[in-house]
Design a protein around this ligand. Structure first.
Ligand SMILES: [Zn+2]
Length: 195
């Protein structure tokens, strides 16, 4: 009879016996474990987690040996991780860009200036100080909407990308000014006002 006393007395024997059986029947053991897992996946995962916490070294070893025998899975999972990270970064960048249109413009100006072979550059701090000195308004018309850095002397006409050549401008002024110099644009604005 399998009383507790009997079981205790034969514990070592039983442990050795089941280990021998496991070694002799790897496929059936795998099937059993699979069935066990699918009987209650949530509990099975929790049990695995608990075991891994209690046996960190063995868990690490197990993970490593699983990884070395499943290179395809490892590749797929790191690909998935990379995509997830990339998507997260994309969202972060998009959010930041939406919140800082003027700073985005600074980046664009830097690139345009570099491509145009213009000299000079300015920092975000210099831009913010300049913007503040203009009360956050367009340096041409006084609008407060969509203000971004604009080149007084256009890059295409040899203007530098130094802060001295930058003025806060709204979009309509920027597109109206286009490749005019500041002086030319102010003359056009004045003639429009008088007529
Ligand atoms: Zn304006």
């Amino acid at each position: 009879m399998a009383t507790k006393a009997y079981r205790d007395a034969h514990k070592a024997e039983n442990v050795a016996g089941s280990r021998a059986w496991r070694l002799a029947n790897p496929e059936r053991r795998k099937a059993n474990r699979k069935a066990e897992y699918w009987a209650d996946p949530v509990a099975a995962r929790a049990a695995t987690r608990a075991w891994a916490l209690a046996n960190p070294e063995r868990a690490k070893q197990g993970k490593r040996s699983w990884a070395s025998s499943h290179p395809e899975n490892v590749r797929a999972s790191s690909r998935k991780h990379r995509l997830k990270t990339k998507e997260k970064q994309r969202i972060q960048t998009r959010t930041w860009r939406a919140a800082h249109p003027d700073l985005v413009h600074i980046q664009k100006n830097r690139r345009r200036a570099r491509l145009a072979g213009a000299v000079g550059s300015y920092s975000v701090q210099e831009w913010l100080a300049l913007l503040e000195s203009f009360g956050g308004k367009c340096g041409y018309c006084g609008s407060e909407v969509g203000i971004h850095p604009e080149h007084r002397q256009p890059l295409s006409r040899g203007g530098s990308n130094d802060i001295a050549n930058i003025i806060p401008a709204c979009r309509p002024c920027n597109s109206w000014k286009n490749v005019k110099t500041e002086a030319e644009f102010r003359a056009v604005m004045a003639s429009c006002k008088t007529t």
